[in-house]
Design a protein around this ligand. Structure first.
Ligand code: ATP
Ligand code: MG
Length: 267
């Protein structure tokens, strides 16, 4: 079971759009995926057509049983197949997620619950994908401790750049605690430029800056396209909304890269 977290302390850069597609895309490839909504906005929950609920709060604060909090979104959100090999399960969120830091002092609370899930499912879960809120909190510390790989979606602009620098810094501060627990350091899979506007010179300059500052870590840019909004309006991923669209091909490139990176790392 590999835990992939989407991070950027800048808001509105496409963390939720990408995390819901990484979950659906890996499921399309046949993997068993659990998507955990760790943001009180609960947008990943909504994008999968499910009601906001206190699933993540109950998981780490009330130590609820996994079977009580897991929800199974309609498969039609991510695949056209009637009996797909892969699956997406979801841990929903709601406003109560904001209360997690003040109600649990255990920085390993989420990590422990994920280890329990791995054991309960006898290793059958391939990936856990975590969507995060832009505002750093002590809950982020729990998320960092549970994270094997992280992805930084980023707009090609100054503030988004600052967001990824801050996210990396904070993640870095927790690496020694992971290592002390016998885990490997969380690895950066890559930066995914989002809402990229090719015609805007400032955006081109920032894309080059990313490529210069993070060599070999900048993945296929997700160009700004209206289809992202259209698909979310229908509570579908791009995979079922318009499989042949350029935007779908771009996000599919990113998912191929994530699969290759994590599977090679495991080998
Ligand atoms: N490539 C894209 N082209 C056009 N619109 C996009 C693209 N990616 C995301 N969006 C839109 O941008 C908005 C913000 O995206 P999203 O909610 O995924 O960001 P976020 O980082 O999760 O935000 P927050 O920090 O508030 O959680 C959404 O309306 C989404 O549909
Ligand atoms: Mg979000």
């Amino acid at each position: 079971m590999q835990v992939i977290t989407l991070l950027n302390e800048k808001g509105g850069v496409g963390k939720t759009s990408l995390s819901t597609h990484v979950a659906g895309g890996l499921a399309r490839k046949g993997y068993k995926v659990v998507l955990i909504d760790c943001d009180a906005q609960a947008h990943a929950t909504l994008l999968y057509g499910l009601p906001k609920e206190s699933g993540i709060y109950d998981l780490v604060v009330k130590i609820a049983e996994w079977r009580q909090i897991i929800r199974i979104p309609k498969t039609s959100t991510w695949t056209e197949q009637a009996n797909p090999e892969g699956s997406v399960w979801l841990v929903p969120s709601n406003i109560e997620t904001r209360g997690i830091p003040s109600n649990t002092g255990d920085v390993f609370a989420l990590d422990k619950r994920l280890t329990e899930l791995h054991n309960l499912m006898k290793g059958a879960i391939d990936y856990v994908v975590i969507d995060t809120s832009p505002t750093p909190s002590l809950f982020h510390a729990q998320i960092y401790m549970a994270t094997d790989y992280f992805i930084l979606p980023a707009g090609c602009d100054e503030l988004s750049y600052d967001g990824i620098v801050q996210s990396q810094l904070h993640m870095g501060q927790f690496q020694p605690f992971r290592v002390a627990k016998g885990k490997h350091e969380a690895q950066l899979i890559g930066i995914v430029p989002t809402c990229y506007r090719q015609q805007v010179i400032a955006q081109q300059i920032f894309l080059e800056k990313f490529e210069g500052d993070f060599p070999n870590k900048v993945l296929t840019p997700l160009v700004e396209r209206a289809v992202w909004n259209e698909a979310s309006m229908t509570k579908q991923t791009l995979f079922t909304y318009d499989l042949k669209h350029k935007a779908t091909q771009e996000v599919w490139d990113v998912i191929d890269y994530i699969e290759e990176f994590t599977q090679n790392d495991q080998a």
